[in-house]
Design a protein around this ligand. Sequence first.
Ligand code: NAI
Length: 358
Amino acid sequence: MKVLAILYDGFKAAQQEPRLLGTVENKLGLAEWLKSRGHEYIVSSSKEGPDSDFQKHIQDAEVLITTPFHPGYLTRDLVQKAKNLKLCITAGVGSDHIDLNAAVDHKIQVLEVSGSNVTSVAEHVVMSILLLVRNFVPAHEMIERGDWQVSDIARQAFDLEGKVVGTIGAGRIGYRVLQRLVPFNTKELLYYDYAPLPEEAARAIKARRVEDLEEFVSQCDVVTLNAPLHEGTRGLINDKLLAKFKPGAWLVNTARGAICDRDAVARALQSGQLSGYAGDVWNVQPAPKDHVWRTMKNPLGGGNGMVPHHSGSTLDAQARYADGTKKILENYLDGKAQEAQNVIVGLGKYETKAYGRR
Ligand code: NAI
């Protein structure tokens, strides 16, 4: 059997740090094990264009392993060329880089390691909210420049206490974000999700559901995005919706870049409609050098908390998603049932309710 993995290059860091498991060098820790079972294991970062390893090897691979951090985009066109493909495993969470509808049509199963990095992301979200609200990035840049002008920072620095924070998507990550914010004594914690939280879970953190999206964003000082990317969320945050946000709100997106309209977000930040935008996900990854989100600023020169896609790729998370990938492969090879929570697309149908209402 041929297993193809598209991972990111770790270069020197991966040679020095073997716990960087999700790299081309360390191969999710699967190389010896797959070899001992007699399987061919191709690992590469080359993923764009017809001459890439991804597009060449996908034509006869039976299993494809990808990560959302350096996504191998499995389009419908490639699905049609992938004659032997039976299983796609996302080493991590979020399988939108796979054309899931095409996978359904071609009876290719898509699994992810659910839960493997949700705490990692929730912590990153809380950090991003704080760094925006407290105007951290320009303050640090000022220090590196050798300057010291407290008023330039303080004029846009606030407490999180007393603010309204809301999540779009209240699944594993969204709920954990709200849970972690309870001790900050926010004015309210809100959520928008077509799946209501179990009553007890909502009560435990005093989260209130708002069913209308425009009404929801108009009430939030901080909005955090924690829903998967699918037909119902692509471009959800656009000019029209941003106009309904509270003027000067902060937006954190660690879900997927394409949930936001790239230029609408830049315009909203540049006009001050948003005070800040932070996150680690981009509409194309790696993000081009001139991507507007790298350098966009609010009218006072701050409000940008963007980083590369790494919030779900801490060393702790890598251990969990490497382990989970091996378990999924093992089940597949041994003909055992997969854990239900990991199955996004089963044989010919969606098994999850999280990728849109169908
Ligand atoms: P989950 O499946 O536990 O929760 C997703 C929630 O979003 C569900 O409650 C679902 O009903 C809701 N949802 C779906 N469509 C919606 C819509 N149109 N409006 C409102 N809510 C909607 O997923 P989990 O584990 O919380 O992850 C969420 C997403 O976060 C992933 O799909 C992935 O895209 C992203 N992620 C990012 C990582 C990073 O490193 N930045 C790492 C892990 C996940």
